[in-house]
Design a binder for this molecule. Sequence first.
Ligand SMILES: [Zn+2]
Length: 117
Amino acid sequence: MVCRNCGSDNPNTNFFCHSCKRILQPALPESAQERMESDPAMRFLLPVGRSGLAIAAGYAGLFAVTLILAPVALILGILALRDLRRHPDKIGKGRATFGLVMGLLGSVFLALLIIYG
Ligand SMILES: [Zn+2]
């Protein structure tokens, strides 16, 4: 699979590009890609052109309800927002913010459990 970020060739089993460490995404026909990028709902479900950290933060945010992953979601959310600020071309701010907020709430709850539980 050819990396869409740096153009280097990777084995199809690679999840991250060996060269630039971005998440590899299967190439899509141009029209399908455009359709997806114009649809906000599809954009949320199918991460195209997103910051990999924002994706990770979003998923960690979802799993922050299990509390153990809340600090991970918080950290990923912060890293993702920093990454997005440095790369304004990337999208995924909603996801990153979601991860950060869920992570923050989960972390506070986890801390309370540890202190008072
Ligand atoms: Zn690459």
